[in-house]
Design a protein around this ligand. Structure first.
Ligand code: F3S
Length: 75
């Protein structure tokens, strides 16, 4: 299983992640990315299912390594 959240302190609102994984990453009013999976609220608690490879690609492509991915829920 994989879980993800965006560390907004590191995000520079470059917009790459939402292009790579638009069903997982959206943006807040200031353009900073966040996990938009239903019920997640960027907490990294909703399991990513069929979108895992897209999320890993997005994390690897983020210029500031702001996207955190791990095998267990955050918090
Ligand atoms: Fe921010 Fe990285 Fe996405 S800088 S907009 S989290 S690709």
């Amino acid at each position: 299983a994989k879980f993800t959240k965006v560390n907004k302190d590191e995000c520079i609102a470059c917009g790459a992640c939402g292009a790579v994984a638009p069903d997982v990453f959206g943006y807040d009013d200031e353009g900073y990315a966040e996990n938009i999976l239903e019920g997640d609220n960027n907490q990294g608690v909703v399991e990513i299912t069929d979108l895992e490879s897209d999320v890993i690609d997005a994390a690897e492509g983020c210029p500031t390594e702001a996207i955190e991915v791990q095998d267990t829920p955050f918090n």
